[in-house]
Design a protein around this ligand. Structure first.
Ligand code: CTP
Ligand code: CA
Ligand code: CA
Length: 648
């Protein structure tokens, strides 16, 4: 926090009538200290790095800031810096098209793992070798971590609440910190009356100094002459904090980012995207309606995907102002009670979802689509080595060596002829996970799939670990001796379990399942619990890659919502392809296919996540069936159910 006062001091009466009170009570002020989601004074910020991957490359290469640069993945562009954008270069162009627009632009290919290598590197020939290389986004993850640490370092340790919402963005709940600053600056606030429902005095200020912040215009009913109240002061203090955080990131790590400061997550996220790059936007409570009415609601967090499309189709409008006309009863009737109310509130700027600082990774996935397909076990094994290396390096960062966190299961998905075969097995406890263990398990899973026969050619292979648990730190070895029952058996035999007993996952089946999912499926949890955001919204509305344990191999365009693989795609013309979910057009069959694969893999991943988070009822022995403790075969059967239960 900078020491300068963000507002001009004046006497308590300067605003006019001294008997006038704030519209906020002492109780509400107290709630600010608790970061209560219902507190009307709440201050939330969203900070998003500008052209993130591109900036990472600029910083890594030590280039001058005005140098046009785009990050290339095969022939596509996945990030474009702002100088390059002035030449008309965008993510939608191919590298070749970008080169034409700006021959001087640097087109930096992402780092890749080369088939057979144990570490990723920046390879000069990567773009021409899609068949033998796999994209690594590790360099960006590492930078992301540094930036997060820097941001956290700027905030008081005991009052901070930081949610990493993607690889290049965070939400900050600044309420508690703002509360403490308020009390420091206005001692009169720290001696509350007995009756906490009494209204606060008005802030002793007339003019707030918003510095260089982009201020959103006030609602029609409000004027700048109206006296500011404590919510204005709180948001102003929040914007000061964000300015300092951004300055620290810039100074210490050279990155620019943009910020949004508002009353809740949804508004702050819209705010950070409002003016880019390197700016921050403040949306005061008195400006919310004005701000939102200009928006298409499909730009709002969680309204970008299928739900948004559904609403546009149902109510024949895509603007917030159009949808404001729809009475809540009709929204509920068409969208279901829960989603209807959620939409009703959201377009009115109401969002009580909390900033969730528990952002522990739940699974990690590494994958590769093969074009051309691969045909032998040896080829598949070579990729498994790379996947294992990729996952292992992320596990190490998660603290697997110290046994802080460890995954419980390992999964292999194998795509052949439009079908995906999946196998998973528990990762034996008792030993620190290393690459050899992971590779052995992965090879066993591969062996199981191959044994079925008729599996080649393989179009996509993905390996994931899931069911992360806090490990026992300090006495790793002991865990192995303490194992009982299932776990011990799993550890001894590396037993495996086909998922749900059904080994194949035809895409068709998936499509039907997803297609049939009700709209509430997208909001299976109450907005506010944040679990649904974790699941699908971590990519935000503009499709950024979240702290996505998911493979980024084909991440040319990330999605916003879970949806059926393929079903959302249409050919827009003979030569271009359109992804309805992402609202993006693909010029080449290849990039579209990659994109399609991405959706497919994400879907699998989401499904895995869903499986690992939905509590499964323990299968009860049916009538007349006795629990059989006898044969080994039966014991293995009962284990399946149990390992399912403990999964996730
Ligand atoms: N990204 C991607 N595919 C997408 C969206 C994002 O690979 N469809 C990657 C980009 O490379 C990007 C990072 O995720 O650098 C963050 O995405 P986002 O914040 O949406 O865009 P930026 O490139 O950071 O640009 P902006 O300045 O608009 O935030
Ligand atoms: Ca960004
Ligand atoms: Ca982002």
């Amino acid at each position: 926090m900078s020491s300068s006062q963000p507002f001009e001091q004046s006497s308590p009466t300067a605003g006019g009538d001294a008997t006038k009170r704030s519209k906020f009570t002492y109780r509400q002020l107290a709630h600010l200290a608790l970061s209560s989601v219902t507190c009307p004074l709440r201050v939330i910020a969203h900070i998003d790095l500008d052209a993130f991957y591109a900036q990472c490359e600029m910083v890594r290469l030590g280039l001058p800031e005005d140098k046009p640069l785009a990050v290339q993945q095969w022939q596509s562009l996945i990030a474009v810096n702002y100088p390059a954008r002035t030449f008309g270069i965008s993510r939608m162009l191919t590298a070749k098209e970008a080169r034409k627009l700006c021959p001087d632009a640097i087109l930096q290919h992402v780092a890749t793992w080369k088939e057979g290598d144990v570490k990723w590197a920046y390879h000069k020939d990567a773009s021409a070798n899609m068949a033998t290389h796999k994209v690594s986004l590790d360099p960006y993850r590492l930078e992301s971590r540094k930036i997060l640490a820097c941001m956290k370092g700027c905030l008081p340790p005991d009052l901070q609440r930081v949610e990493k919402a993607g690889i290049d963005e965070v939400f900050l709940d600044l309420s508690a910190q703002v509360h403490s600053i308020l009390l420091e600056h206005y001692p009169e606030l720290s001696s509350p009356p007995k009756d906490l429902s009494e209204f606060l005095p008005l802030p002793p200020t007339t003019v707030l100094d918003w510095k260089a912040d982009a201020l959103v215009d006030l609602d029609v009913s409000e004027t700048e002459d109206d006296d500011p109240d404590w919510d204005d002061v709180a948001i102003l203090l929040g914007s000061e904090i964000v300015r300092d955080v951004r300055a620290a990131v810039r100074e210490q790590l050279k990155y620019t980012c943009s910020g949004g400061i508002a009353h809740n997550k949804m508004l702050s996220k819209l705010g950070s995207a409002h003016r880019k790059p390197n700016q921050q936007t403040v949306i005061r409570n008195r400006a919310i309606q004005q701000f939102l009415s200009d928006f298409k609601f499909t730009k709002i967090r969680n309204l970008g995907g299928k739900l948004g499309t559904q609403i546009v189709d149902t109510f024949e409008t895509d603007t917030v102002s159009g949808l404001l006309e729809v009475p809540i009863e009709r929204l509920k009737q068409k969208l279901g009670d829960e989603t209807g109310s959620w939409v009703y509130q959201t377009i009115r700027g109401i969002d009580q979802s909390e900033v969730n600082s528990r952002t522990q990774i739940k699974s990690m996935l590494s994958a590769k689509s093969f074009r051309p397909s691969i045909n032998t076990r040896e080829q598949a094994s070579r990729w498994l080595r790379i996947f294992v290396g990729d996952i292992y390096s992320r596990l190490v960062e998660e603290g697997v060596l110290e046994n802080k966190r460890r995954p419980k299961t390992i999964n292999l998905h194998f795509r052949h002829g439009g079908q995906t075969k999946s196998r998973q097995m528990p990762i034996p406890l008792g030993k620190t996970i290393d690459e050899t263990i992971l590779f052995d398990l992965a090879s066993k899973l591969l062996g199981q799939i191959i044994l079925e026969g008729n599996v080649w050619p393989c179009a996509n292979l993905s390996l994931s670990v899931a069911g992360f648990e806090d490990g026992i730190t300090g006495n790793m070895g002991i865990g192995g001796f303490l194992l009982k029952g299932d776990e011990a058996k799993a550890a001894r035999e590396n037993d495996y379990r086909p998922e749900n007993g059904a080994s194949d996952r035809p895409e068709k089946r998936q499509q039907t399942e997803h297609g049939a999912r009700s709209i509430q499926g997208f909001f299976s949890k109450q907005p506010g619990t944040d679990e649904s955001e974790k699941l699908e919204g971590s990519h935000g509305e503009i499709g950024e890659i979240g702290d996505w344990p998911f493979d980024e191999e084909d991440n040319i365009t990330a999605t916003h919502q879970i949806h059926a693989p393929q079903s959302g795609f249409k050919n827009a013309s003979i030569t271009s392809y359109f992804c309805k979910q992402c609202n993006e057009t693909f010029e080449s069959d290849n990039s579209f296919q990659s994109h399609n694969d991405w959706h497919f893999a994400k879907d699998l991943h989401d499904e895995d996540r869903r499986l690992s988070h939905t509590p499964q009822p323990r299968p009860k022995p049916g009538p007349g069936k006795k629990k059989n403790k006898g044969s080994k075969k039966d014991a293995a059967k009962s284990e399946k159910g149990q390992s399912k239960l403990s999964f996730g």
